[in-house]
Design a protein around this ligand. Structure first.
Ligand code: GDP
Ligand code: MG
Length: 162
């Protein structure tokens, strides 16, 4: 069984975009419309010669009812099998209440956790990271997934956990 990296976060932060960059496929459903990825979705990525699995998940909306409840179940399963969780956030939106709620939940799973701060394109990277430092997670990685930027730093942060 290959190590698994789970991409988790609010809808529309760029999880599917990052998945596509990491796996170099267009498989994941990338859309302007939030929350379209309802199922777990796997792809293979490489760190040097070592392959690992990336799992893209549907966004967590904080609503446990209906279809969002189903998505939350899928996310829970993805986290359960993950070696490490990449908690993805949106630098343009800034730190949101839902980010804090999701993090409280993630901490209960006891998995290694890093925060990827996406959409830093056109923003000051240091300022963007400082905003999310309030989450209290040791490793913050700046990304601009749609520009293919920051993935080297992300892979470096993942390496000790794979
Ligand atoms: P998901 O719901 O978390 O899977 O988010 P998506 O990957 O579907 O992306 C949501 C929207 O954000 C799309 O319009 C993407 O093009 C856009 N997006 C993703 N990454 C970036 C980025 O690094 N910078 C900017 N400006 N937009 C991004
Ligand atoms: Mg998606």
């Amino acid at each position: 069984m290959l190590p698994v990296v789970a991409l988790v976060g609010r809808p529309n932060v760029g999880k599917s975009t990052l998945f596509n960059v990491l796996t170099r496929t267009r498989d994941a459903l990338v859309a302007d419309q939030p929350g379209l990825t309802r199922d777990r979705h796997y792809g293979i990525c490489r760190l040097g010669d070592s392959p690992f699995l990336v799992v893209d998940t549907g966004g967590l909306s904080g609503d446990d009812e209906g279809i969002d409840g189903l998505t939350a179940k899928q996310v829970e399963l993805a986290i359960a099998e993950a070696s490490i969780v990449v908690f993805m956030t949106d630098a343009r939106a800034g730190l949101m209440a839902l980010d804090r709620d999701i993090l409280i939940d993630l901490r209960k799973r006891g998995k290694p956790l890093i925060v990827a701060v996406n959409k830093t394109d056109g923003l000051d990277e240091t300022t963007s990271l400082a905003d999310f430092a309030a989450l209290g997670v040791a490793t913050l990685v700046p990304l601009a997934a749609s520009h293919g930027r920051g993935t080297d730093g992300l892979l470096e942060a993942l390496e000790p956990h794979l």
